[in-house]
Design a protein around this ligand. Structure first.
Ligand SMILES: [Zn+2]
Length: 70
């Protein structure tokens, strides 16, 4: 079950409720128009990139002012 009040989608692979950063990262790594999103764990498996690296990337994109990461 999603958290109460959350309208965010769940990971299409494992079903875990997603946070906005994970949705933004899916858009960044797959494509901007993605409608199915993956959590960081599943993204890291799919792209063979450690989760920690993905977290660092999120911070980098945020610092660069990427509009997907507000
Ligand atoms: Zn997942």
């Amino acid at each position: 079950m999603n958290q109460a009040g959350s309208l965010l989608p769940a990971c299409t692979v494992c079903g875990r409720p997603l946070i906005p950063d994970e949705i933004a990262m899916t858009r960044k790594m797959i494509n901007r128009g993605a409608r199915q999103f993956l959590c960081l764990t599943c993204l890291s498996r799919r792209f063979d990139v450690p989760e920690d690296v993905l977290r660092e990337k999120i911070e980098e994109f945020r610092e660069m002012g990427c509009t997907l990461f507000l």
